[in-house]
Design a protein around this ligand. Structure first.
Ligand code: FAD
Length: 302
């Protein structure tokens, strides 16, 4: 069996694997797509120590770093089921079963898509999901934020300081964000909030040039010209396959303690698949290190 088996090859999983391997213990990493969400990111300007990098470039150097150590990397493998007997057992989609003394779940998350025409077509060409990451690309331009929950309103407040104008489109008749955030957004002169608005299309040519929505009160269609659309209708953690074996919160995130431990002993978790706030590369790498050190602590005590 492995001492530490990591599920997921994004920043959290890679960091966990490096920390484990550096302890000289038997380490493996199973990843459907090595590199994770970062592979879909063009410009990264908030990875400390590096003023500008690009997702595929960053993850190539992360992979090279993992390869400096004796880690079994199992790529293009999807974990399907987790069970625990004497060891933690991980069943893969291809039928193989891997055994380990400890396991680190770092399966990440995916942005919830709005699913309207233009979204997939203009992804990274004006359709964005991460205001911390891509906001500065729209400096001085007009943008929309789809979604009036906490993440949408926080995005609007954040973007208002960078872009020329922000239009928030909320499907429901009311914003769902906390009142303090609503008060703050209402105080900003370059933000317009439109409620009861059903986004129907993101338009563009080689990149985004506008958004179309239906006013659900009047059934009238409207079109706004703008350069960017931030879709902020939530993140979906890749944890459905776990079922009830580890505790997950209402939105499916794995509940972890300060050591990265889950409700199942010997099983740890890190990164965007957990209930820790602020989903970012640097944060997921930090939590991967935490979970790995947590797993090592567990190994020397058991
Ligand atoms: P992920 O990166 O999601 O990696 C998850 C890994 O698990 C992948 O290898 C995946 O294939 C694997 N996996 C999932 N399910 C299974 C399974 N069942 N079996 C096996 N493997 C599985 N953050 C920043 O700090 N700066 C930015 O500029 C930035 N820009 C972003 C731009 C975009 C478009 C997106 C989508 C995100 C951006 N983020 C940015 C957020 C950042 O990418 C994430 O916080 C980070 O990637 C989370 O790392 P993770 O390792 O937890 O998960």
């Amino acid at each position: 069996p492995y001492d530490v088996l990591v599920v997921g090859g994004g920043p959290a999983g890679a960091s966990a694997a490096i920390y484990a391997a550096r302890k000289g213990i038997r380490t493996g990493i199973v990843a459907e797509r090595f590199g994770g969400q970062v592979m879909d990111t063009l410009g990264i300007e908030n990875f400390i120590s590096n003023s500008y990098t690009e997702g595929p470039k960053l993850m190539a150097s992360v992979e090279a770093h993992v390869n400096d150590y004796n880690v079994d990397i199992m790529k293009l493998q999807q974990a399907k089921k987790l069970t625990k007997n004497d060891f933690v057992e991980l069943e893969l989609e291809n039928g193989a079963v891997l055994k380990s003394k400890t396991l680190i779940l770092s399966t990440g998350a995916r942005w919830r898509n709005i699913g309207v025409p233009g979204e997939a077509e203009f992804k990274n060409k004006g359709v964005a999901y991460c205001p911390h990451c891509d906001g500065p690309l729209f400096e001085g331009k007009d943008v929309a934020v789809i979604g009036g929950g906490n993440s949408g309103i926080e995005a609007a407040i954040d973007l208002a300081g960078i872009v020329k104008h922000v239009t928030v489109l909320e499907f429901a008749p009311e914003l769902k964000a906390d009142q303090v955030l609503q008060d703050r957004v209402n105080s900003l002169s370059n933000v317009t909030v439109i409620k009861n608005a059903q986004t129907t299309e993101i338009t563009g040519d080689s990149k985004v040039n506008g958004i179309t929505y239906i006013d659900r009160d009047t059934n009238e269609e409207h079109h706004i010209e703008l350069a960017g659309v931030f879709v902020q209708i939530g993140l979906v953690p890749n944890t459905e396959w776990l079922g009830d074996i580890v505790e997950r919160n209402r939105v499916g995130e794995i509940v972890v303690d300060k050591h990265g431990a889950t409700s199942l002993s010997g099983v740890f978790a890190a990164g965007d698949c957990t209930d820790t706030p602020y989903k970012q590369i640097i944060i997921s790498m930090g939590s991967g290190a935490t979970a790995s050190l947590g797993a090592f602590d567990y190994l020397i005590r058991n």
